[in-house]
Ligand binder design. Structure first.
Ligand SMILES: [Mn+2]
Length: 314
């Protein structure tokens, strides 16, 4: 009888499992990937008597494989805050799903465990970009929030890349590094090597990105290109968020060079979070939300058309 721990490779997913396994230690097979690798249940072959814990990946995106695993006789414990669509019902499924806008999986796990590892949950909430939730849950506790915020951000940064090889740490390895400590404060004090490696990688990637070429620049929008490198792919999302925070009236597009064109990440201005999806959808491989969207591959030949469409949108 095998147990599988299936979790998103970002801060929320990794730290959800840290909390759960500190309270309920269990020998398990870890199934995880990049932040964008969300169809993780497809990799699980569980059968009669096996058990599966699923953390921080959408039930909608994994519905088919969830059905397959339940039908095969395995039992599933599922905790998540993404859109679940029609939640499966099954006697072997126990699910905690809460899609409220100010919620993350690690905080649902915190509720489930009665706040047993609150400082870890707070770290994850920072990492998943819920600073208000993190601070509210930290009230009355003597925690160094700036340190936990930095750790959460760095664990989240580690999840981004074009492939698993781009990542500084495989998320399963990073899980093991964190899970060895009862609290994030212990980790910060006693495993400085890992924290320093994440921080050095982040700072170096950010410095390179800050020297990127601005290929189009108006009062209301900037288009930036990053070279074809692992560092660009790690930092582009976090860098786009930072540019947006620093220039709330401006829209941004980050174009990371890849074979024959670009991977495009679009951020609407923070003070008018609309239009990114409509812009992206004018291109064949575009998609996303109104505030943040992207194009998986913009051919070099379409660059001029993209600049015009970006200017028209913003
Ligand atoms: Mn999350």
């Amino acid at each position: 009888m095998a147990h599988y721990d299936v979790f998103n490779g970002d801060a929320d997913g990794i730290i959800s499992l840290v909390q759960l396994r500190l309270s309920e230690p269990r020998k398990s097979e870890l199934v995880t990937g990049r932040k964008r690798d969300i169809k993780l249940l497809g990799r699980v072959e569980a059968g009669e008597g096996d058990s599966v814990t699923v953390l921080d990946i959408s039930m909608r995106s994994n519905a088919e494989d969830l059905g397959r695993i339940l039908s095969a006789g395995a039992s599933v414990f599922y905790v998540d805050h993404h859109n679940a669509s029609n939640m499966a019902e099954h006697s072997n499924l126990s699910a905690i799903i809460d899609t409220s806008p100010e919620m993350c999986t690690a905080m649902l796990v915190d509720d489930y465990l009665g706040g047993a590892h609150r400082a870890w949950a707070v770290t994850a909430a920072f990492g998943d970009n819920f600073p208000k939730l993190a601070k509210r849950k930290a009230e009355g506790l003597a925690l160094k929030l700036d340190r936990l915020e930095r750790l959460g951000m760095l664990v989240n940064y580690n999840g981004y890349g074009g492939s698993i090889d781009d990542l500084l740490y495989h998320p399963a390895d990073l899980y093991h590094e964190l899970a060895a400590f009862d609290t994030p404060m212990d980790f910060l004090n006693e495993n400085k090597a890992v924290f320093d490696a994440l921080e050095a990688g982040y700072e170096a990637d950010l410095l390179k990105a800050s020297h990127a070429d601005v290929i189009d620049q108006t009062e209301t929008g900037h288009i930036i290109t990053l070279p074809d490198s692992a560092g660009s792919r790690r930092i582009s999302g976090v860098y786009g968020n930072q540019l947006a925070q620093d220039n709330p009236k401006r829209a941004h597009a980050i174009l990371t060079a890849q074979d024959g064109g670009y991977l495009v990440s679009i951020r609407a201005p923070l003070n008018n979070r609309t239009g990114a999806d409509a812009l992206a959808l004018q291109f064949e491989t575009g998609g996303g939300r109104s505030a943040a969207a992207g194009i998986n591959h913009l051919p070099e030949a379409d660059l001029g058309r993209f600049i015009q469409a970006f200017r028209a949108a913003y």
